[in-house]
Design a protein around this ligand. Structure first.
Ligand code: MN
Length: 274
């Protein structure tokens, strides 16, 4: 477990030990699931990002964000925010006021997706997608999928990505199975949100909170639900570029990191004015 922001606990399967990244993925945090008492919800006050994207996916609870460009918005259960930090934003990610007051169940994910060298200094951009706009497909075999990025069961995501990315949330009934095609050369991992499943040729069953990584030489991932199963299946084309990383800045060289720190400290990434 890791403490983030004002001190909320997250489960961070990536990075882990010697695994600094799973190119192009830099980090995966799971917030909760937890039951928050009134006034107990915490968030991450003003902080910067440069050189990558943050993808926030809420399953329970409500958050709001505000940034140095004057953007603000709210995330409710099922909503996705795909934020391209690019050249830099300073933002806050806080529990929505009413949710903080009442407390309740909180569960969500944040994935960091690296940007290729050519896009690291791109203009910051948000794709705020409400739950009802995320394509959902359910087949007669007991498999349901929410298509956040990429394609699955004939549905295509509404979110644009800088490099080819797949982000799927499968809900699979006990005993059901799905074979998800995976584009060639993608680095792919599964993260079990709830239940137990068997993945492709892996011998062991993976359970809630575990991550399964796949070699990039296959063309599909097979998932068999041992119990009712909720799983994220995430993949992308590796960038294969040098990485320099310091906290919220991910660039290609140490000099670019130094520049990011200077730009942040001198206020060139802007300020949040409430
Ligand atoms: Mn952030």
């Amino acid at each position: 477990m890791t403490l983030e922001g004002e001190g909320f606990l997250v489960h961070r399967p990536l990075p882990q030990g010697n695994l600094r990244q799973f190119d192009p993925f830099l980090l995966l945090d799971e917030m909760g699931p937890m039951e928050l008492a009134p006034g107990e919800a915490k968030g991450a006050p003003d902080h910067p990002h440069r050189g990558f994207e943050t993808v926030t996916y809420m399953l329970a609870g409500r958050f709001e964000h505000r940034d140095s460009q004057g953007n603000s918005g709210r995330l409710e259960p099922g909503d996705v925010q795909w934020m391209t930090a690019g050249a830099g934003v300073i933002h806050s990610e806080m529990p929505e006021k009413e949710f903080a007051r009442t407390g309740g169940r909180m569960h969500g994910f944040q994935l960091w997706v690296n940007l290729p060298k050519k896009d690291k200094m791109a203009r910051p951009k948000y794709q705020d997608v409400r739950a009802e706009k995320i394509p959902v497909v359910e087949n007669k075999d007991g498999v349901k999928v929410r298509v956040i990025a990429g394609e699955a069961l004939g549905a295509k995501a509404v979110i644009d990505t800088h490099t080819p990315i797949m982000y799927l949330h499968f809900t699979i009934k006990a005993g059901a199975r799905v074979a998800q095609p995976v584009p060639k050369n993608y680095n792919v991992f599964a993260y079990v949100v709830e239940g137990e499943g068997a993945f492709s040729t892996a011998k062991r069953v993976a359970k809630r909170g575990q991550m399964v990584m796949f070699g990039n030489d296959g063309d599909e991932v097979e998932i068999t639900a041992k119990t009712d199963l909720d799983v994220l299946l995430i993949g992308g084309l590796p960038l294969n570029e040098p990485m320099a990383r310091y906290g919220p800045f991910v660039m290609n060289t140490k000099e670019e990191i130094q520049q990011a720190i200077e730009d942040y400290q001198s206020g060139r990434m802007g300020k949040i004015i409430v």
